[in-house]
Write a protein that binds this ligand. Structure first.
Ligand code: GTP
Ligand code: MG
Length: 316
């Protein structure tokens, strides 16, 4: 009796020949595990496979994937050794427990000119520094949905940090997305780039702008939230798989249900609220000062910290 072949490669899955396997790898589905966690619809749509074949492949991949259980101690060790990106402000770093965390999504929300993009620029420079100097020694994938990426500002910040300007700019891979489809694809196709280029920070600035303008009215809300949910879960998966930090910016609205106190609320609803590991609320203070409030964090107390947006970048 023929022994069943162990499933190790994509080609070992039913319905996947060498050509489809190659195509899937190009799309970022480069392991049996990735197929196991993909949705058959997504797989069929992206690869051109028949839905039925995609379902069979996903099922077989699920059966072939074994779950590993980690003890609390291992998880604790991993958490302690988690990388962090310093923000340029000691006070803000302290409030965050050392900086912006890898393996997690950090969200900054606030009104216009509150400093969300500027913090993203600073992180884009700082992440390139070695671990012992407050970075993660890696590159940046910057998904720009608002057309506000400014290389000249990166140049200023890099120069002030004593870093090689051309290298710093070359290490930031910018994707300009003008539709939610492009924004979603930029994340879906990111695996290869992240691995090859050692990306340690993925930025989406801003997460919601295109979603808000494309899905108007109550009727579109369900579809919007579905797409958004899948998008943000893929971001989380990148953070987990590649030990990188995800930084997203978000817009705000006034919540009419809040009668007393500050009605400023981030958009995107529960889906964004649940997905963001750490939430920061930025607001303008006098001149170049900004108040950063830690609203939600898994292990740090709520608090506030004042930063400054200086010509040299973010400072205390
Ligand atoms: P929206 O994207 O409009 O929602 O705002 P944002 O929160 O992203 O604001 P952003 O980070 O772009 O902050 C804008 C503010 O940063 C400006 O009002 C300036 O105060 C400051 N800023 C922007 N560029 C520079 C610069 O080159 N030098 C200095 N010193 N400050 C800058
Ligand atoms: Mg901005």
């Amino acid at each position: 009796m023929a022994k069943e072949k162990a499933i190790k490669e994509l080609e070992d899955l039913p319905g996947i020949g060498p050509t489809t396997a190659e195509k899937l790898k190009q799309l970022g589905f480069d392991s049996v595990e990735k197929i196991a966690t993909a949705s058959p619809h997504e797989l069929a749509e992206l690869s051109g496979m028949k839905l039925e074949a995609a379902k069979q492949a996903v099922d077989a991949a699920k059966q072939a994937t074994t779950l590993e259980y980690a003890t609390g101690t291992t998880v604790y060790e991993k958490r302690k050794s988690l990388g962090r990106i310093e923000t340029g402000s000691k006070g803000l770093d302290e409030m965050l427990g050392g900086g912006v965390e890898a393996n997690a999504i950090t969200e900054a929300y606030g009104k216009f000119a509150s400093g969300k993009t500027q913090l993203g620029f600073q992180l884009s420079v700082n992440v390139q520094r070695p671990i012992e100097s407050g970075g993660l020694g890696g590159k940046v994938l910057f998904i720009d949905t608002e057309g506000t990426f400014r290389p000249d500002r990166i140049e200023q910040i890099a120069k002030a940090a004593g870093m090689e300007i051309k290298d710093t700019l070359d290490n930031i891979l910018v994707v300009r997305a003008t539709s939610t489809d492009q924004q979603i694809l930029a994340v879906e196709r990111a695996d290869k780039l992240i691995k090859e280029s050692n990306v340690k920070l993925v930025i989406v600035d801003s997460l919601m702008a295109l979603f808000r303008s494309e899905f108007l009215g109550r009727g579109a809300l369900g579809e919007r939230q579905q797409k958004l949910n899948s998008h943000i879960h893929k971001l989380q998966k990148l953070a987990d798989t590649y030990d990188l930090a995800v930084y997203i910016t978000n817009q705000v609205m006034d919540n009419p249900a809040i009668l007393f106190g500050d009605p400023t609320t981030p958009v995107g609803g529960n889906i964004v609220a649940h997905a963001a590991t750490t939430r920061l609320y930025l607001r303008k203070s006098k001149e170049d000062k900004r108040i950063v409030r830690l609203v939600d964090s898994p292990n740090m107390p709520e608090g506030e910290s004042v930063i400054k947006i200086t010509p040299d970048g973010i400072k205390d």
